[in-house]
Design a protein around this ligand. Sequence first.
Ligand SMILES: Cc1cc2nc3c(=O)[nH]c(=O)nc-3n(C[C@H](O)[C@H](O)[C@H](O)COP(=O)(O)OP(=O)(O)OC[C@H]3O[C@@H](n4cnc5c(N)ncnc54)[C@H](O)[C@@H]3O)c2cc1C
Length: 207
Amino acid sequence: MIPRGFEYFAPRSLDEAISLLQKLGPEVKILSGGQSLIPMMKLRLASPQSIIDINRIPALDYISELDGALKIGALARESDLENSPLIKSRCPILVDTTIVIADPLIRNQATVCGNLAHGDPANDHPATMLALGAVIVATGPGGVREIPIESFFTGLFSTALEPEEILTEIRIPAPPPSSGGAYLKLERKVGDYATAGVAVQVILRAG
Ligand SMILES: Cc1cc2nc3c(=O)[nH]c(=O)nc-3n(C[C@H](O)[C@H](O)[C@H](O)COP(=O)(O)OP(=O)(O)OC[C@H]3O[C@@H](n4cnc5c(N)ncnc54)[C@H](O)[C@@H]3O)c2cc1C
């Protein structure tokens, strides 16, 4: 199907994106990877009046380790996670998780932050981020706030993000030595959404 008409904005900075969110009001959607939003618009399950495409804000595209945390910016794709030497060595449970999401074409576009912002309980990252004790960084007109992952998901397709906020970063406490984890999902066929997803992260202390 063809989506309803909408206005399209492509800001070049985070400040510009947030000003647009304030100006355009509640009938606006952020577009990151588009792998959930576009299908929903085509099915007319979502019909936003405006779309703010954040893909032209290069400052949001990073995976790094700083101040004791692994940081995943809003434009880091699933494939970036899959191919990141830092993630492979420091937090391989994230690779376990990303490689069971859909297929390589989708993983080249879909973002990790979008996976959480969408609030779909059949998505794969929520369980893993809960196991890792991640912190969600939300940026809005009032500045930056941190939301512990335990209080981020508020229901089906709903999160603690305010309408004028953008999920700008996922912060994961850097796993200490002698720690490890795994993610497994029950799926109807390879690449499907999770019927159930289970993540475990274990830290050994003093042996
Ligand atoms: C065929 C198919 C199979 C799939 N299989 C799986 C699967 O097995 N497991 C799985 O986990 N996922 C699966 N997905 C979903 C995919 O991982 C999505 O891409 C992901 O859920 C959303 O990420 P996105 O970057 O594409 O977000 P988008 O589609 O751009 O956005 C999704 C929603 O989140 C909001 N949003 C996005 N980014 C932000 C942000 N930074 N700040 C605030 N709001 C934001 C948007 O406004 C929108 O409401 C599949 C998708 C398809 C099309």
